[in-house]
Design a protein around this ligand. Structure first.
Ligand code: FRU
Length: 479
């Protein structure tokens, strides 16, 4: 480590000092979500289970709550409840990653972490547009033996190694092993402004050959970010985050989307088809999800509880407190009736403390974060938070809606809906300034931030015959 890198690490440690400890002083800090100690967080990165522990890395700009130069931050945990913050293992300190250590993934093998990420480089020059010229998108391999320190960083692919018809936007390697080979998917933008995925393969994790392009027949946006390809219940799922899709009915309402295709056929050849694209989350704050397999063979997804470039529509009031964004709670993926379901990870039940039966049509004041489970819904239902946020299912119109009435509480967030044939259960996690809603055991999910004026949350459920249970929740323990 040279002295500049050492200095950067030290400065970050200094500005982070006590941030996680003084969590409770800040009205909007989250109790059971991973946040940046200070500054800005975006994509989850390098998710893996390594030597008995979960490792969660994330895109991190400690010096600026509005995001800037990207580092990787790092948390680990044995049980997804008690966490340890481990600082910044990846620092953009090389010529091949000097304008940001962008997103990537971890492959665990031989008791080592093989971390693949994108080294972003912006060349200086006046006439660059940084789309078709002026940008280097390098694929970097970083190796860690102990899961904490990085022992080596090596540039293994540059723009010259990618197919010729691409812009400079190629990034976010996701790597996995299958049939004694290694595969890598990368998100890309073509010269014709079409989002696609590049597939590479390797036999030694270091030398990679271009193998295939995975793309939709009809264009779906100009850029596909953060690809992830995996098998689940005998289906091949392709998750990614497309940019540049126009709103259509209740769909694609956010500035950028995240969703999946079920891929039929063989993704290693031209012999595949992509079925209909489905969004993974219908709320205001969700992007760039990544999945991994844990030791219980669960396919776990974590997303960014936020979005880039949405500040013209809505904002996050935490910027005034020097930080912005968080990761979602982990969700276990399942295929049910050909559709991807997302269910909150079971470990969150260990956060439950006092249990309250909530009578419908009556107001409550809840003085902590909470989980609310509403079962046996068979008529219209309305859940009202802070007399202002309406979460409702309209049986006649088969419409589920999350709606902010005043501009203040949602900081500009308005209304999002999904058409849904039925609504039997709603499970909600409310964590001081975030709400995650799982409908019908994860058939649809809505995630959003909100900014109440106090920690006590006013709650009312208007319904005739549902069973309502609420658990007040403990916070994560972070050391
Ligand atoms: C997605 C993304 C990735 C990129 C990273 C940079 O939010 O744009 O494509 O690697 O963020 O922080």
């Amino acid at each position: 480590m040279n002295s500049l890198t050492r200095h950067l690490k030290k400065s970050i440690e200094l500005i982070e000092k006590d941030c996680l400890k003084n969590k409770d002083l800040d009205l909007w800090k989250l109790g059971f979500h991973l946040m940046p100690p200070i500054g800005w967080l975006n994509d989850p990165n390098g998710l893996c289970f390594f030597k008995g522990e979960y490792h969660i890395f994330f895109q991190y700009s400690p010096f600026n709550p509005n995001g800037e130069l990207k580092f990787w931050g790092h948390y680990k945990s044995k049980d997804l409840i008690n966490w340890e913050y481990l600082g910044v293992p990846i620092i953009p300190d090389q010529t091949f990653d000097c304008h940001g250590a962008y997103s990537g993934s971890t492959l665990v093998e031989d008791e080592k972490m093989y971390i693949y990420y994108t080294g972003n480089v912006k060349h200086s020059g006046e006439n660059y547009n940084y789309i078709t010229n002026g940008r280097g998108s390098n694929t970097i391999l970083a190796i860690s033996e102990n899961g904490i320190d990085i022992n080596s960083k090596k540039c293994i692919l540059t723009n010259d190694d990618y197919p010729k018809n691409l812009t400079c936007h190629v990034r976010d390697p996701k790597v996995w092993k299958e049939d004694n080979q290694y595969y890598m998917v990368l998100g890309a933008r073509t010269q014709e402004d079409k989002g696609i995925i590049l597939l590479y393969n390797s036999t030694d994790k270091v030398n990679w050959s271009f193998k295939n392009i995975i793309e939709s027949k009809e264009k779906l946006g100009y850029m596909w970010e953060c690809p992830d390809l995996f098998k689940l219940d005998n289906k091949t799922i392709l998750v990614f985050s497309p940019q540049g899709i126009d709103p259509y009915g209740y769909k694609y309402q956010n500035v950028y989307q995240s969703g999946y295709y079920i891929l039929e056929g063989d993704f290693k050849s031209h012999n595949y088809t992509l079925n209909e694209f489905s969004e993974l989350d219908r709320g205001f704050d969700f992007y760039a999800p990544q999945t991994f397999l844990d030791n219980k063979n669960r396919r776990i997804l974590i997303g960014w509880l936020g979005l880039p470039d949405c500040q013209v529509f809505y904002t996050n009031k935490t910027i005034q407190d020097g930080w912005q964004h968080a990761l979602t709670i982990p969700r276990v993926l399942k295929i049910i009736d050909g559709k991807l379901y997302q269910q909150p990870i079971d470990e969150l039940k260990n956060l439950r403390k006092d249990k309250l039966e909530i009578t419908s049509n009556k107001e409550y004041l809840i003085n902590s974060s909470f989980e609310l489970l509403i079962e046996n819904i068979s008529e219209n239902i309305e859940i009202i938070l802070e007399k202002d946020i309406f979460i409702e299912y309209d049986y006649k119109n088969k419409l589920f809606t999350l709606k902010f009435n005043s501009e203040n509480l949602g900081a500009g967030r308005t209304s999002r809906s999904v058409l849904l044939n039925d609504c039997n259960t709603i499970q909600m996690f409310v964590d001081y300034s975030s709400i995650e809603i799982f409908i019908n055991n994860g058939e649809e999910v809505f995630s959003t931030r909100f900014y109440p004026e106090q920690k006590n949350i006013n709650l009312k459920i208007n319904s005739n015959n549902s069973n309502n249970t609420l658990w007040q929740l403990n916070n994560f323990f972070i050391k």
